[in-house]
Design a protein around this ligand. Sequence first.
Ligand SMILES: Nc1ncnc2c1ncn2[C@@H]1O[C@H](COP(=O)(O)OP(=O)(O)O)[C@@H](O)[C@H]1O
Ligand SMILES: [Mg+2]
Length: 394
Amino acid sequence: MDPITNPFSPGAGSPPPELVGRDPIIEKARILFGRIKERRAEKSLLLTGLRGVGKTVLLNELERLASSTGYRTVVVEAHEDKPLGPLIAPHLRGVLYNLDRVAGAGDKVKRGFRVLRSFVGALKVTYKDVEFGLDVDPEKGSADSGDIEIDLPNLFVAVGEAADERGSAVALFIDEVQYFSGKELGALIMAMHRVQQRQLPIVLLGAGLPILPGLAGESKSYAERLFSFPEVGALNADESAEALREPTLAAGVVFEPEALDEVFRLTKGYPYFLQEWGYQSWNHAPLTTITRDVVVSATSTVIERLDQNFFRVRFDRLTPGEKRFLRAIAELGPGPQRTGDIADALRVKVTSLGPLRARLIKKGMVYSPAHGDMAFTVPLFDEFMRRAIPTFTV
Ligand SMILES: Nc1ncnc2c1ncn2[C@@H]1O[C@H](COP(=O)(O)OP(=O)(O)O)[C@@H](O)[C@H]1O
Ligand SMILES: [Mg+2]
């Protein structure tokens, strides 16, 4: 069928034609936005899940929900090498300018600018390239200690008070939260703690890999009282069928039940893979019916595309030693593997694997779902590793 009218949308952050299976999380967010606006306490949300399950897409959906309910929103994405302060400061300036346009008496917005100016002044000492125009004098002694765990809470309080004064509320959306250092994550948690204690209208909605609850807990033991960690996962068989059936039906095309079963078997319900299989099956279908045979004939193209894009970008960032480690995990089979077994497969001592393991966790390739276990952060990565390196040799 015509690729131009293809409804499916494989790609990082590409909104799916049908956002399936996320109603419970959307409902949680709706309650959070409503309660915080009324100055009632509620836990902020940190979405967790593997790569390609739909965290970014869901975060963007929640951003729309917040905007439509009157929140000033900030959307940022953390990177391995972008520190929290410089990342967030320009956006908070935007929020303050926005609040400044709202009619209302009081000087909290002006104070917000001065505290932000202090915060940025302190950042400039560490990060030379922070460039920032702000036409106010800094408020000396607020948010300018240079210690992010002190400064960020002060800045959040100032912004929260400004929003409160103008009868508004602020929602911060942060993707890939696991990339922050322990110190930065700690600062973020402390800032939200202060905001909550003062009942100020700021909410945080983050997303990250499944290691996130562990990182947050390690950083500040009270994190679990401030945040809930909804899991974004694979869709079940019914939801997967819906994700494929509804968009095709809307275009007058039938996705046959046997074809839906086959896609679920191949994808295990992972959203990114559902989009990819839906997309190629559509293009391969000669007529307006997607049969099981069409899915089967599209599969080699799908695997090729996944190998060249989704999997390959991660593979190419690895050193030979890292590849060998990951190939050993794949050799042991799908699902989490004991670190001891990985060491045996590589014929090395467990203790010698520490640094390699730490590097791969930092790169977001693997995580530890339980003590002593290692698993891939990308679904079906074990199958890819076996295709990429067909024979495992030590
Ligand atoms: N609920 C869903 N139903 C169907 N497809 C989805 C859903 N959520 C996400 N997708 C699709 O999955 C892919 C990955 O989404 P993304 O948000 O980038 O994942 P993540 O941020 O977890 O890596 C996209 O192609 C998107 O269209
Ligand atoms: Mg994402």
